[in-house]
Ligand binder design. Structure first.
Ligand code: UD1
Length: 420
């Protein structure tokens, strides 16, 4: 299993290109199941999760060709010859549940294993299922599989999500494009990945209004066509690398970075004293010395993203003062805290609240990655630490960060992958 060795200490200087968004790509890929015609995605990130979704789509009969070194995914679901998403693939990645809505909408029938994914809380899929039921689907849970039926096709309906769910909004949005009549999704997620999915579906011929707001209205159509669509920039990768110079010192330009993808995060980062400037190519982040502690509460978009909570904690470990980080989206999402503690951080976790008292200096240590965003927070902390930090179990990292070592090394960081 690979490890990443980080030698801390040096300030960063250089530019980092931001890849296409993992989370957008993982919902755009299942959209191919809605149409007999080809769907091509450009600006795709090269990540192991994309490989898992490729394998899942192929197991259903879709053709997926990876071109231009993985940055273009040419997909075609001319014919689906298997409507069962098997446990063996689905268990690797929770986003696999996103094939359910499209298969059901197109074929009137689908069987999907209940998913696994990162170990960050219970993460049920009940809202995905309830939204599909509101469109007339009959669902049956047997032996770990969801058996979904809509014999005469899905029908438009109104569904109000009791709380915001990104994945359930995506599943329902895709399914509704082929439902008969009008579907109204209330209290829908507003994440940029939802807007990107809606843009792609509209290119394929769907009729969608209001993506990016709380109410999305979809007028069902008989069929969708083909399209070519560029994947939106990865705002979580962007936020992660914006934190690198904040943690390590120095100045880094994020190529393709956009402030509007991360408004709440950028405001918090600026409140720590870091400077963020818009440039022709993206954003430039420059450290102004030791960061000041800020309090953070995670919220659905446009609030502070839960997927940047662990990385922000890495910055708070050496900030001046005490910061309170409140996690409201997922339970059990502080698994990085004890690992950061091994590096000398002072963190007290009580339920969904972590109180971080900044120390002047972290010390390198062997640490273990527990989930995707936790892993990268340990690497960020390693950049600020004295000595060497060895992060093991980095397969989590490869699910969501493309060529992380290369991107950070290009800015002068000492980050090396060791294969064993
Ligand atoms: C997506 C992102 C993930 C991010 C999360 C929140 C992808 C592939 N993943 O995950 O990186 O951290 O949004 O921004 O896009 N819930 C239920 N029932 C459901 C669905 C969700 O109770 O049917 C709960 C979850 O357990 C969680 C909360 O709702 O507590 C939000 O989850 P959701 O927005 O659905 O996250 P994902 O779509 O899984």
């Amino acid at each position: 299993m690979d490890s990443i060795v980080v030698k801390g200490g040096g300030a960063l200087s250089g530019a980092i290109p931001i890849s296409g968004a993992k989370n957008a790509c993982l919902t755009l890929m299942p959209a191919t199941l809605l149409s007999e015609e080809p769907l091509t995605l450009t600006n795709a990130p090269r990540l192991s999760d994309i490989g898992t979704m490729t394998a899942l789509l192929q197991s259903l009969g879709a053709e997926v060709a990876s071109m231009q070194d993985g940055q273009v995914l040419a997909m075609s679901s001319h014919k689906l010859d298997n409507l069962t998403a098997e446990y063996d693939i689905v268990r690797k990645m929770r986003a696999s549940i996103l094939v359910l809505g499209p298969m059901l909408a197109r074929e009137g029938h689908a069987v999907v294993s209940l998913p696994g994914g990162c170990a960050i809380g219970a993460r049920p899929v009940d809202l995905h299922l309830k939204a599909l039921e509101a469109m007339g689907a009959t669902l049956d849970l047997r032996e770990g599989y969801v058996h979904a039926e809509a014999k005469n096709g899905l029908k438009g309906g109104t569904f109000e999500f009791p709380f915001v769910s990104v994945g359930a909004t995506e599943n329902a949005l895709m399914a509704a494009t082929l439902a008969k009549g009008t579907t109204v999704l209330k209290n829908a997620a507003r994440e940029p990945e939802i807007v990107d999915l809606a843009d792609c579906l509209i290119r394929m011929g769907a009729q969608i209004d209001g993506a990016g707001t709380e109410t999305i209205t979809i007028q069902g159509v008989d069929r969708l066509g083909g399209a070519t669509h560029p994947v939106v920039a990865d705002r979580i990768e962007l936020g992660t690398y914006m934190l690198a110079p904040a943690v390590a010192g120095g100045s880094v330009e994020l190529i393709g970075g956009r402030r509007d993808l991360l408004t709440a995060f950028v405001e918090k980062l600026e409140a720590t004293g870091v400077s963020v400037e818009d440039t022709d190519a993206g954003l430039r982040v420059t450290s102004q010395g030791r960061a000041k502690a800020v309090d953070v509460t995670t919220e659905p978009f446009p609030g502070f993203p839960t997927d940047l909570q662990a990385q922000m904690m890495a910055l708070m470990c050496t900030a001046e003062g005490t910061s309170v980080l409140e996690e409201t989206i997922f339970e059990n999402r502080f698994m990085h805290a004890p690992e950061l503690g091994r590096m000398g951080a002072k963190i007290d976790v009580q339920g969904g609240t972590a109180t971080v008292t900044g120390v002047e200096q972290l010390k390198g240590a062997p640490v273990m990655a527990t989930d995707l965003r936790a892993s990268v927070s340990l690497i960020l902390a390693g950049l600020a630490a004295e000595g060497e930090t060895v992060v093991s179990r980095v397969y989590h990292l490869d699910r969501g960060y493309e060529r992380l070592e290369d991107k950070l090394s290009a800015c002068g960081a000492s980050v090396e992958r060791i294969s064993s």
